[in-house]
Design a protein around this ligand. Structure first.
Ligand SMILES: Cc1cc2nc3c(=O)[nH]c(=O)nc-3n(C[C@H](O)[C@H](O)[C@H](O)COP(=O)(O)OP(=O)(O)OC[C@H]3O[C@@H](n4cnc5c(N)ncnc54)[C@H](O)[C@@H]3O)c2cc1C
Length: 406
């Protein structure tokens, strides 16, 4: 009997897993089941280049030719409903049963919705179709109200400004991204938007969104905002329905161990939907980053074909806003010291989040190199003096090189 590996979901993690399986010599059948009608594509450009109107930014992840040459089968536009591991199959919404010796759940997430809010002028941004619908509306002079100043909201604000739109961004917190970056750095991120002409309404929660014949009225705890369209970017919820129907353990995502395994043999999960045990951080963590989806899917693929691989990546993501490249690595729900290197005022800096003398996370504006070093420091748990991190005359790369020589 041919062994078949099936991915439920045909997005970033699924596409990378398919590639990894073939690259590592898996010669069984590979099937990707996707609820969306499109072949796998990447999402980061949807709020950046693609939203800005660039059709050549390269969204596609797996070409038809590659799939044909590698015997990878796409079943698109048909969601999976349940996995029946005891029968070795995955059931689709139309009743089709797909044989599966191993299953990778890679169902991603769906935008969190504002209750009772909908309509033509209200946008969410997760899929290519969402991006197509939104970008058709982004014209010079149009007034976009962005709800949520997280990374997606901030990118939409930046791209909308780039297309000549007026932007008001509403955020319930006093300081955007405060929980992740702290007050000082969050305030700097807010200032970057203000400098680019975005009107910020911070510390205001949305009470209603009402469409009128000519626009939209958002009422917040701070008053009324009239605009032409609304983009809601208030986070995602993991798509766990299939896992739940299949009896898998779910708690803010599908629970997997450091090998990406669920408690059911031959059923794995990766990407935005996976709440994984992180051996480095010593806790469960679920993140929503491109790089995580790729690396975790690769680890899952390895494990599915018997190449034991612990997934302990410290995580990394980027965001592009205006002319700035922002990057973050690590995981620091709390920290006892924040060290800044460079100039916050000139928007050219890195911030290191330390706990008990160890770098737990780092964030940088236009200093990706520092973040790469920080990622290594976090991984290897190398302790560093705050004064060294802050010293611009010291080449941080030496910290990791030094460690290798010990
Ligand atoms: C607009 C936008 C911009 C982003 N920008 C960045 C960025 O700058 N940097 C960064 O690090 N990350 C970014 N991300 C996040 C990154 O794209 C995600 O982390 C990544 O796509 C996660 O991959 P995934 O495979 O887990 O999920 P997805 O890529 O979402 O794929 C999941 C797929 O599964 C499908 N599915 C769900 N349920 C079923 C079912 N029952 N049956 C079949 N299929 C199903 C979904 O329809 C979807 O196609 C961005 C995301 C968005 C939306």
């Amino acid at each position: 009997m041919t062994t078949t590996i099936v991915t439920v979901g045909a997005g970033q993690a699924a596409a990378v897993a398919a590639r990894a399986l073939r690259r590592r010599g898996f010669d069984g059948r590979i099937e990707l089941i996707g609820a969306e009608p499109e072949a796998p594509y990447q999402r980061p450009p949807l709020s950046k280049e693609y939203l800005a109107g660039d059709d050549d930014c390269g969204l596609d992840l797996l070409s038809e030719q590659w799939c044909a040459a590698n015997d990878v089968h796409l079943r698109l536009g048909q969601p999976a409903v349940v996995i029946r591991p005891e029968r070795g199959l995955v059931e689709l919404a139309d009743g089709t049963e797909v044989a599966a010796a191993g299953v990778l759940l890679a169902t991603g997430g769906s935008p969190r919705r504002l209750r009772d809010v909908g309509g033509e002028r209200v946008h969410y941004l997760r899929t290519r179709r969402d991006a197509d619908r939104l970008r058709a509306e982004l014209r010079p002079g149009v007034h976009v109200i962005v709800i949520g100043a997280g990374f997606i909201g901030a990118e939409v604000a930046a791209t909308s400004r780039g297309r000549g739109a007026e932007v008001t961004m509403v955020e319930a917190l006093d300081v955007p991204l405060q929980r992740v970056l702290g007050r000082e750095i969050g305030t700097t991120c807010a200032a970057i938007h203000r400098e680019q002409g975005v009107t910020l309404r911070l510390g205001e929660s949305v009470e209603s969104v009402v469409e009128t014949p000519t626009g939209v009225v958002v009422t917040t705890s701070g008053g009324r905002i009239e605009g032409d369209l609304v983009v809601v970017g208030i986070g995602i919820t993991p798509n766990t329905a299939v896992a739940e129907r299949s009896g898998l353990a779910v708690d803010n995502g599908i629970l997997v161990d450091e090998y990406c395994r669920t408690a059911v043999p031959n059923v794995y999960a990766a990407g935005d939907v996976a709440n994984h045990w992180h051996p480095l951080f010593g806790e469960r963590i679920r993140v929503e980053h491109f790089d995580n989806a790729s690396r975790q899917a690769t680890a899952a693929a390895n494990n599915m074909i018997g190449r034991s691989t612990v997934y302990a990546d410290p995580h990394w993501f980027w965001s592009d806003q205006y002319d700035h490249n922002l990057q973050y690595t690590g995981h620091a729900p709390v920290w006892d010291e924040l060290v800044v290197r460079g100039s916050v005022e000139e928007r050219d800096f890195s911030a290191f989040y330390l706990r008990e003398g160890l770098v737990r996370a780092a964030f940088a504006v236009d200093r990706g190199g520092d973040v790469l070093v920080a990622k290594e420091l976090i991984s290897a748990q190398i302790s560093v003096e705050a004064s060294v991190l802050a010293d611009e005359d010291f080449d941080l790369a030496e910290l990791t090189a030094l460690e290798e020589q010990l």
